[in-house]
Write a protein that binds this ligand. Structure first.
Ligand SMILES: Cc1cc2nc3c(=O)[nH]c(=O)nc-3n(C[C@H](O)[C@H](O)[C@H](O)COP(=O)(O)OP(=O)(O)OC[C@H]3O[C@@H](n4cnc5c(N)ncnc54)[C@H](O)[C@@H]3O)c2cc1C
Length: 341
């Protein structure tokens, strides 16, 4: 039977974030002996948060050195936790912090690491992971004999663990931090203002804008400033995440009028991203295959297009509204604004 180390780092407030709770669901789904290993400035609140998760032990590496995300100290902490737990499998969230250091930890332990894992299962005691390749077109099922095996779970791919908080008995490990491991210091975070941040992985809805927003409309004119306002208002009211077709984000490079808040980071599709949101609403986009391939993980899909023969009408969407998106989104915004008032 495998001994599973569930590895998590705390957030700035000392709690475990959603990606960490998703990784815990994955770790629990394997059965086996579960040990929790926590890293952070102070990990007792995090241990109490998951006190009822069924872990046989709660190990922690804590202190000011382990508060910030830093390769040297995170790797030392994870290595100590893995060795103390006598672990064969390590499950952790594929956060920026762990993605940076856990491959190195696998190397130190003489093990292997797999990243971007979207599922784990244990049939007949054999652990299998799933991972997508070639722009999410092929899914591989992978087994390994090498142990320890470090598995980084893609955030957004699992249900977050829920359970009662309690009072966990925490065993704190002493990890010596040499001066050379403190050379990197985190001086702070820089993040865009909340309303400038249009990519929101946790949003319920993906709102996709297509090139139609910048095209000539029925009156023979373009209406880019109005499109900008409608889209911005919708994003603010619905707290949706903003995706785009390639054509629209490319227009900027061609010197055409574009929506100022879009960049290639918003592009969804074959050469863009493959976001995971429960719902998606496409507007002014034709729904061609290179774009809709990026909708693979969107469960409920709707589209608004003037063209009744667009790609969305050909099996790409659950519902297609053949309508003018300017009119529809204006009306939707009015309705949402009344609801918020
Ligand atoms: C190798 C390769 C990789 C690619 N990768 C990607 C990718 O990653 N992502 C991607 O998106 N594309 C990708 N593409 C491009 C893709 O094939 C399409 O060209 C692109 O998605 C089209 O964008 P669009 O639908 O926004 O624009 P258009 O094709 O111009 O469609 C605009 C749509 O808006 C509608 N419209 C106009 N006005 C309104 C209105 N008022 N209300 C409602 N509807 C309106 C029109 O009817 C039309 O259907 C790739 C192509 C290639 C060859």
């Amino acid at each position: 039977m495998e001994t599973i180390l569930y590895l998590a780092h705390t957030e700035a407030d000392g709690s475990l974030g959603k990606p960490a709770l998703e990784a815990l669901s994955a770790a629990k789904s394997l059965g086996g002996t579960l040990v929790a290993g926590l890293i952070g400035e102070n990990v007792s609140a995090a241990a109490n948060q998951i006190a009822s998760c069924g872990a046989t032990k709660f190990l922690g590496v804590a202190g000011a050195d382990f508060g910030p995300s830093r390769y040297a100290t995170d790797a030392a902490a994870a290595e100590a936790l893995a060795k103390t737990a006598g672990t064969t499998i390590i499950i952790a969230a594929g956060t920026m912090r762990f993605s940076r250091c856990l491959a190195g930890v696998a190397q130190r332990l003489g093990g292997r690491a797999d990243t971007h894992v979207t599922n784990v299962s244990a049939d007949g005691g054999k652990v299998t992971i799933s991972r997508w390749y070639y722009r999410q077109r092929m899914e591989a099922a992978i087994q390994r004999t090498t142990r320890p095996w470090v598995i980084l779970i893609d955030p957004g791919s699992q249900p977050a663990w829920t359970g009662a908080a309690g009072s966990a008995t925490l065993e704190t490990l002493a990890v010596t931090v040499p001066e050379t491991a403190r050379r990197t210091t985190v001086t702070g975070f820089r993040a865009p203002a909340a309303d400038a941040q249009t990519i929101r992985p946790d949003a319920e809805l993906l709102f996709v804008t297509g090139a139609g927003w910048t095209k000539k409309q029925a009156d023979g004119q373009t209406h880019v400033p109005e499109a900008e306002k409608l889209i911005r208002d919708f994003l603010g009211l619905a707290r949706a995440s903003l995706g785009s077709s390639k054509s629209l984000v490319d227009l900027g490079g061609e010197g055409q009028a574009v929506l100022g808040f879009l960049s290639h980071l918003n592009q969804v599709g074959q050469t863009g991203s493959t976001p995971r949101h429960p719902k998606g609403l496409s507007t002014c986009c034709h729904g061609e295959e290179p774009h809709t391939v990026g909708w693979r993980f969107i469960n409920e899909r709707r589209a608004i297009s003037l063209d009744p023969n667009c790609g969305w009408a050909r099996g790409k969407a659950d519902v297609l509204y053949v309508a003018d998106a300017f009119v529809v989104i204006r009306k939707v915004n009015e309705t949402l604004a009344v609801g918020k008032a």
